[in-house]
Write a new protein. Structure first.
Ligand code: HEM
Length: 122
């Protein structure tokens, strides 16, 4: 079960960032209102991303106590969501600032996931 959940989790991560990029360029930049599909799907994908993440952590026995990288990832996830909201709903310049920060935060989360080290760049 572990490889299946881990690969599903990583695949959901890819879908999540692709949807975010599409939504930003198609709706935030052009100031159009997304249809139902693009309003609802990202929430479903992100919820599944969270659920599969928790499942993999449970299977392997990673806890917040024994895996600082996991704690970092979850904190960074809140930043990703917050910057994402700024990118989609912020005013003027705040949109692209939110977009850049959300994209960078996502890259950081992936790097932390792969290295299992929150300070991999040091
Ligand atoms: C934007 C959010 C997230 C992204 C982009 C993301 C990305 C990834 C990626 C790419 C991997 C695979 C790493 C590898 O191949 O070694 C991974 C693994 C993992 N993620 Fe996430 N993740 C996210 C959120 C979460 C959350 C919320 C949790 C837990 C609550 C979580 C828990 C885990 C665990 C336990 C692993 C497996 C580590 C292993 O056994 O190698 N992730 N994540």
């Amino acid at each position: 079960m572990y490889p299946a959940f881990k690969h599903t989790h990583a695949l959901l991560a890819v879908i999540s960032i692709l949807l975010f990029q599409y939504r930003y360029w198609a709706f935030a930049v052009k100031v159009r209102t997304p249809g139902k599909l693009f309003k609802i799907t990202p929430h479903i994908i992100d919820t599944l991303l969270l659920v599969t993440g928790i499942t993999v952590a449970y299977i392997v026995g990673f806890t917040l106590g024994n895996s600082p990288w996991l704690t970092t990832k979850i904190v960074a996830l809140f930043f990703y969501v917050g910057f994402g909201v700024l990118a989609m709903r912020g005013r003027g310049q705040m949109r692209w600032i939110g977009y850049i920060l959300a994209t960078l935060t996502f890259a950081y989360i992936v790097a932390v996931a792969v290295t299992k080290n929150p300070t991999f760049f040091l």
